[in-house]
Design a protein around this ligand. Structure first.
Ligand code: 8YV
Length: 336
């Protein structure tokens, strides 16, 4: 019996070892062995020479890349949940299916959001840094390193999809009041469990919150959702957390709001022009800035690889991959 030819799969970044090994067994893999993003030239070449391309958030999959795939590229199996770096319209027009890896990174991303929600008001990074630099010589004092508590405070979640809900569940156990903004309210089963209050008007919600957490996808509608005007509506003591996408915020406006103390603090895992970070953000004690680590656990990254392989296998076997991302439709579970 003639053996089946293996599907040509291009992997743009170094992936977790179990994912890499399994993919090498299953597919005819073309891999970027370095831990850096492919050059544009190499990305176009990879797209031109495989049936399935596995990009990550660091690859811009625009019309040029999609066209480079010609008649051979059939599936963009993204390693990650967000697909804002992929031109979904062009993919759909060129009959290329797009899949992602939702669910498996929800809990870890929510944990990191919670870590930022704690780190900013409790001054955790500032305290640790101070100690390292020998600033604890005088010892404890009743008025030293005072922060603000989370209990009883209002948390406004922007985007009540999977991650937003997981953040809400965690924040409830810290005694926070849960408020949220979405295009549509979530089901009453979910809002009752989370005791979450729906705000159809984002501006109105922002004005009343102590903390805001951004958990919505980036799209044309949400680009610079948080701009100067909206920031000016937040109470001066409020803290903004972003573990979603940097381009949701006008970063210059954020810097200004923080510098002028219009906003008390920010916890950021993502940036408008990633991997560049506006230098002023790194100089402010009231900002905790992390390098896009939301899903960065061995467990989540391995599960993302597994999910990506399941999508590719379903596709090559002629079935519908479970995590298809349809242009013009929000991903299942993303309500924003
Ligand atoms: C991933 C993320 O690490 O999945 C996402 O959308 O933002 C990250 O947590 C990254 O996208 C991997 O491609």
């Amino acid at each position: 019996m003639a053996s089946k030819t293996k599907t040509k799969v291009g992997i743009t970044r170094k992936l977790p070892l179990p994912t890499k090994q399994r993919m090498q067994t299953l597919f005819d893999v073309q891999m970027n062995e370095s831990d850096g993003a492919l050059t544009r030239h190499d990305l176009l070449n990879m797209a031109a020479s495989c049936t399935v391309l596995c990009p990550t958030v660091t690859d811009t999959i625009d019309e040029e890349v999609i066209k480079a795939g010609g008649n051979t590229l059939k599936l963009l199996a993204n390693f990650g949940a967000g697909t804002d770096h992929i031109d979904l319209k062009s993919a759909s027009e060129n009959n290329i299916m797009v899949t992602n890896t939702p669910d498996v990174l929800t809990e870890d991303t929510a944990d990191l959001t919670m870590a930022l929600l704690l780190a900013v008001p409790r001054r955790i990074i500032e305290g640790a840094e101070l100690l390292r630099q020998g600033g604890y010589e005088e010892g404890w004092s009743p008025t030293w390193m005072m922060g603000r508590s989370l209990g009883g405070k209002k948390l406004g979640i922007v985007g009540m999809g999977r991650i937003g809900q997981a953040v809400a569940a965690r924040a409830r156990t810290f005694g926070m009041e849960i408020h949220y903004h979405n295009r549509h309210p979530v089901s009453s089963a979910i809002s009752d469990t989370l005791q979450a209050l729906y705000w159809p008007d984002l501006k109105a919600m922002m004005a009343e919150m102590d903390f805001i957490s951004l958990n919505c996808p980036l799209s044309d509608q949400t680009h610079h959702l948080i701009d100067e005007e909206l920031l000016s509506r937040m109470p001066d003591h409020a803290v903004l957390i972003n573990t979603a996408r940097g381009k949701l915020i006008d970063e210059q406006a954020l810097v200004k709001a923080l510098q002028t103390r219009k906003l008390a603090g920010a916890g950021l895992d993502v940036y408008e022009f990633e991997p560049k970070v506006t230098p002023e953000l790194l100089k402010m004690k009231q900002v905790v800035a992390l390098p896009h680590m939301g899903s960065s656990t061995l467990e989540a990254r391995t599960a993302m690889g597994e999910r990506m392989i399941i999508n590719i296998k379903a596709f090559e076997d002629g079935h519908k991959p479970p995590d298809r991302v349809i242009h013009g439709l929000m991903q299942a579970g993303e309500h924003f």
